[in-house]
Ligand binder design. Structure first.
Ligand code: JFZ
Length: 451
C-alpha cells in the first residue's frame, strides 16, 4: 500500500482524539456513536470510473492504487470525463451487495459517492458529471443502495471527497500539483458551488445517512471544515463524521486511523481502521495480492480488542460485479464470525493489555510491519470474557486473572458452544482445547463468571 500523501515515511500509528476538534459535548457524541461501536465491522466500497482502466492507461500499468489513475497517468480532464461514456454498471445489484455484506458479518456499508475524480454515483443538480446524466447507465446507484440498505436495516455511510476534486475547477489536488489547466480555479468557489451542495443533496435525498466519510483534507482549514460540520448537524444530526475532514485529522465523532494501520492499544473514544483486501481500493485487474481469511479474522479481533472498528474494502469492476476472490475471503470470514458474533458485536476492549505490546502495524511501500496472526486477544461482554487464540497455539491455555468466580468455559464452534473441562490456574483458569471444533481463523473461548 502506498502512502500517496507524501514522500516521507509515515508517522507511527496513532489516534487523534475527537475532543481536539472542539466537538459537541461528549455525551451527545457517545449517544450518536453507540450503534457504530456495536457494529465493529463494515464494508467499504470503492467504485467509480477508475474501475474501467483498472490500473492501466494506454498500455502502461501503474503500480499504485487504482482509483488514483487519473493522477498517475496525468490524464487531462476532458479525456478522463470520456470514461463516463463507457460506464454501464449493468451488473451492479444493490440488494445482492447488502445481502453479501450481511452474510459476511459486516454491520455497516460505506460507499464512494464521489471520489477524487469528481464523478458522482448519485444524481446531482450542481454537476452533470454523474452516473445519471453522464453515463449510459442512467442510474442513481446511491439511491439503489440506499433503498436496499434501508429495507434491510443496514446502516449506510457516504464517502465523499470534499477537498480533492480533479475534474471540477478549483477542486484541490495534493501539493497543488495540477496536471491540466482546466483543474485550476477558486477553491472556495468549488466548495460553495459543488462540494457543499452535493453534501446537502446526499443528506437530503437518500433518507437517514449513518455516517459521512470525508477524506484527504487538503486545504481544509478549521473554518472550511466547520461549514461541513454545520451542514451535517443541520440536516442529519445523528449522522457521524469521521476523522478526515480537517487538515489536522482531528476526529469528529470518531477518529480514523491511517489506511491499513492499527494502533498499539485502544483509546476511550471510537475509532476505525480503513483497510484494503489487496493493495488497492478501486478495482485493478492485476492485483491479486489478497489477504487471507485468517489474516482478516485476526485483524478484526485485534482491532475490536482495542476498541476499534474495521472497515474493509471491496473494489467492484466497472460493470458493478464484485471480484470473486474478495467475495470468497469475506464469506469465509463470515462463516467463522457469525457463530461467534457475541465475542465481536458490541464487545468491549481487552481488560488486560499485556498481550498487545508492540502489536500496532502499518503497511506501506516504505515500511512493512505486519503482524502474522499470533498470540491471543481478549474482548468482553457483561459477565464474560472471550479469549481468541491465533496461530499454532497448542491445546492448553491459562487466562490471566478474572474478575469473579468462573461459571463456565466454552469453546465457541460453528455448531455452537462446547463446554470445556477446566482447572484453576495461578489467578485465572486453565483449560485444554478438544481437537474437534477448532478453526484456523481463530479459536474463541468464552469464560463466564459471576461478579
Ligand atoms: C485516501 C484516498 O486517497 C484513497 O484513494 C482511498 O479512498 C483511501 C481510503 O483514502 O487515501 C489516503 C488517505 C489518508 C492516508 C493515506 C491514504 N493516510 O492518512 O495515511
Amino acid at each position: 500500500m502506498r502512502l500517496v500523501m507524501d514522500g516521507v515515511p509515515p508517522e507511527p500509528p496513532s489516534l487523534v482524539e475527537p475532543e481536539k476538534s472542539g466537538n459537541a459535548a461528549s455525551e451527545e457524541r457517545d449517544a450518536r456513536v453507540a450503534w457504530f461501536r456495536h457494529a465493529r465491522y463494515g464494508l467499504f466500497i470503492h467504485w467509480g470510473l477508475y474501475a474501467g482502466p483498472a490500473g492501466s492507461w494506454k498500455g502502461v500499468e501503474y503500480p499504485e492504487i487504482g482509483e488514483w489513475i487519473m493522477k498517475w497517468a496525468s490524464i487531462p480532464v476532458a479525456e478522463y470525463r470520456e470514461l463516463a461514456a463507457q460506464f454501464r454498471g449493468d451488473r451492479f445489484d444493490a440488494e445482492e451487495i447488502v445481502s453479501f455484506a450481511r452474510r459476511a458479518g459486516m454491520r455497516y456499508i460505506v460507499i464512494t459517492t464521489k471520489h477524487h475524480d469528481g464523478f458522482s454515483l448519485f444524481h446531482s443538480q450542481v454537476s452533470a458529471f454523474n452516473a445519471v446524466d453522464a453515463s449510459p447507465a442512467g442510474r442513481d446507484f446511491i439511491r439503489e443502495l440506499a433503498n436496499a440498505c434501508h429495507a434491510a436495516g443496514m446502516p449506510l455511510g457516504f464517502y465523499y471527497s470534499q477537498s480533492q476534486d480533479w475534474t471540477h475547477p478549483g477542486g484541490a489536488v495534493v501539493r497543488d500539483e495540477y496536471w491540466d489547466e482546466a483543474q485550476r480555479g477558486d477553491f472556495d468557489a468549488y466548495l460553495s458551488e459543488i462540494a457543499e451542495p452535493q453534501v446537502r443533496e446526499l443528506l437530503t435525498n437518500y433518507g437517514p445517512v449513518a455516517l459521512i466519510w470525508f477524506d484527504t483534507p487538503v486545504h481544509m482549514s478549521d473554518e472550511r471544515a466547520t461549514r461541513f460540520v454545520n451542514l451535517v448537524r443541520e440536516l442529519q444530526p445523528n449522522c457521524l463524521i469521521n476523522g478526515r475532514l480537517r487538515e489536522d485529522r482531528a476526529g469528529f465523532d470518531y477518529s480514523s486511523m491511517r489506511d491499513n494501520q492499527a494502533p498499539d492499544r485502544g483509546a476511550g473514544h471510537a475509532w476505525e481502521t480503513p483497510a484494503t483486501l489487496n493493495d488497492t481500493w478501486g478495482y485493478k485487474a492485476n492485483d491479486h495480492n489478497w489477504k487471507s481469511a485468517d489474516t482478516v479474522s485476526f485483524k478484526l479481533v485485534d482491532i475490536v480488542s482495542k476498541g476499534g472498528n474495521y472497515l474493509l474494502n471491496i473494489g467492484p469492476r466497472a460493470d458493478g460485479s464484485v471480484p470473486e476472490a474478495s467475495a470468497e475471503i469475506l464469506t469465509k470470514v463470515g462463516d467463522w464470525l457469525l457463530p461467534r458474533g457475541e465475542a465481536i458485536y458490541g464487545a468491549g476492549p481487552t481488560p488486560y493489555g499485556e498481550e498487545l505490546s508492540g502489536s500496532g502495524y502499518f503497511e506501506t511501500d516504505k515500511h512493512w510491519k505486519y503482524r502474522e496472526p499470533q498470540g491471543w486477544r481478549c474482548t468482553t461482554q457483561p459477565g464474560a470474557y472471550y479469549f481468541f487464540l491465533f496461530g499454532d497455539h497448542g491445546a492448553e491455555f491459562s487466562t490471566p486473572g478474572l474478575p469473579g468466580a468462573v461459571v463456565s468455559v466454552d469453546l465457541l464452534t460453528d455448531a455452537g458452544p462446547v463446554a470445556l473441562a477446566l482447572s484453576a490456574a495461578d489467578s485465572g483458569v486453565r483449560f485444554r482445547l478438544p481437537s474437534e471444533g477448532r478453526s484456523v481463523l481463530g479459536d474463541v473461548i468464552r469464560v463466564r463468571f459471576r461478579e
